[in-house]
Design a binder for this molecule. Structure first.
Ligand code: ZN
Length: 492
């Protein structure tokens, strides 16, 4: 097969921590050579990338984007593999089959959905492998309660079946059932440890926000990792920790120092996105989170919630409606510094928590490009990675390029090495690595998405290859490219 040569770029190997001017030779979906001596091959497609940064494509552990349109936005943000591991989808077989049938631009994969397994047993709701069916569950009081021993055994068995069917670990939305018995969490962690599968947790309340919480959300991660030996991944530490990020990172640090397998992810925004019916947005809980009703904006209508009466009304009428929540004030330098501190934490992984796109006519996907206007989503869907690079590499000099690729590509792939051996060829740039590659302009890379224009693609990604195939070439999308392949778990 014909080779592609990326000629003369600044080639980043995040495993070695090096940057070298070299040619990268791609064939049959793999990197076959990285050479500091120009490679001569008259048959090859040669792309001059002099002055551009060439690295392994970003591996997003936390993306709720299950659409072609959403994956294309993430491609312009440098992502080559997008995985929904925090929420997951159930049944997992249907999730993979639906994605394959529609076609995917990026590599994809899912965890087993703890929420859906509980929903099936506690609320009698049959899951449909759709993200919105899971989020609709979250406000259901029956789903939020503690399971009986028989119920616990029933949904653990469901999760075990999902792992056997190829799930990439277990996604645990604990923060949405924060009064349930911590013993349940330990039982899930034990199941994951036995299966050699990681867990991905949206933690429950912090003790600072709710002194009556059955257990502090971040301590729970540390305890479960220590007691079971499971790989415990702490999702979006920025949004669940808010102004307590120092303490939470300290808790995780102690766990890591003691040898527990704890990992953590961050997205670089001071606002989050969730369903208006979420437990932690109850009017009486706002104070503990340092919020007021007007910190919340409804996505579909753009309505800023005026007061707690209106909040209660919105939660009652449409608990699944999506809103953004300003948990930090990005106009305030001390809050911006908190975000940078979370990103700068040793080994913190960048992950987007990308949200579905939805147009006013309720359409959720399109093959049209450029995207039709008017889609709602959180700007992090489009801009997380480019914004992290802009902030941490360019504006604040806190990461070198090799360090940036370690955070965005190398470390996230390593979280999955054990459950999905195919990941061992991702997040790397060396002979034998998968040819999932991003080529970007280091001086130009930036996010462009805002709350009012959340689907404006990032700029600066000049080329993007998935499995050796161009998705973006010379800054333009190839609308016929669907090279995305599934990444599946092989739990033991
Ligand atoms: Zn979450």
């Amino acid at each position: 097969m014909k080779s592609t040569i990326l000629r003369g770029g600044r080639v980043i190997d995040p495993a070695a921590g090096t940057e070298t001017v070299a040619d990268v030779v791609v064939r049959d979906g793999k990197v076959v050579d990285v050479s500091t001596v120009p490679v001569l091959d008259a048959d090859a497609t040669v792309v001059d990338v002099t002055g551009l940064v060439v690295g392994p494509g970003f591996v997003d552990l936390h993306s709720h984007v299950h659409s072609i349109a959403g994956q294309r936005l993430q491609a312009f943000d440098g992502v080559t593999t997008n995985l929904d591991l925090e929420a997951g989808l159930m049944p997992i077989g249907k999730a993979y089959a639906d994605a394959a049938a529609a076609g995917r631009v990026l590599n994809y994969g899912f965890s087993a959905s703890w929420a859906d397994a509980r929903g099936q047993v506690l609320s009698g709701i049959t899951p449909t492998a759709r993200f919105d069916s899971s989020t609709n569950l979250l406000g259901d009081p029956d789903w939020q309660r503690t399971s009986s021993p028989a119920e616990l055994a029933a949904w653990l068995e469901l999760l075990e079946g999902e792992l056997a069917a190829g799930a990439l670990g277990i996604g645990i939305l604990m923060g949405y059932a924060p009064r349930s018995d911590p013993k349940e969490f330990l039982a899930v962690a034990q199941l994951a440890a036995n299966a050699g599968a990681p867990t991905f947790t949206h933690v429950r309340e912090l003790v600072e926000a709710d002194p009556t919480t059955p257990i502090d959300g971040s301590s729970e991660i540390a305890i479960a990792a220590k007691e079971t030996g499971a790989v415990m991944h702490h999702c979006h530490v920025n949004s669940t920790s808010r102004r307590h990020v120092d303490r939470v990172l300290g808790t995780l640090d102690d766990a890591r120092t003691a040898g527990s397998r704890v990992t953590v992810e961050v997205y670089p925004y001071g606002m989050g996105s969730t369903s208006i019916g979420a437990f932690f947005l109850a009017p009486e809980r706002l104070d503990a989170w340092g919020l007021t009703a007007s910190s919340i904006v409804m996505l579909a209508s753009g309505e800023r919630v005026s007061d707690v009466r209106r909040l209660a009304e919105l939660r009652e009428t449409d608990p699944g409606a999506t809103c953004v929540v300003e948990f930090l004030d990005e106009r305030d330098e001390s809050d911006r510094a908190l975000l940078r501190q979370a990103l700068a934490y040793p080994d913190a992984i960048v992950a987007s928590d990308a949200m579905p796109l939805e147009w006013p006519d309720r359409r959720e996907d399109t093959r049209e490009w450029p995207l039709p206007t008017g889609a709602e989503t959180h700007p992090r869907t489009s801009g997380t990675f480019a914004r992290s690079l802009r902030l941490m590499v360019r504006e604040h000099g806190l990461w070198s390029w090799p360090e940036a690729f370690r955070r965005c590509s190398y470390l996230p792939a390593r979280v999955l090495d054990e459950v999905a051996p195919a990941m061992r060829a991702k997040g790397l740039l060396a002979p034998g690595a998968d040819a999932d590659l991003v080529v970007l302009d280091p001086a130009a890379v930036t996010d462009n998405a805002t709350v009012t224009d959340p689907t404006r693609p990032s700029s600066g990604v000049r080329h993007l290859l998935v499995g050796g195939e161009f998705v973006i070439r010379d800054g333009a999308l190839d609308v016929d490219a669907y090279p995305g392949r599934p990444v599946r778990g092989e739990a033991r």
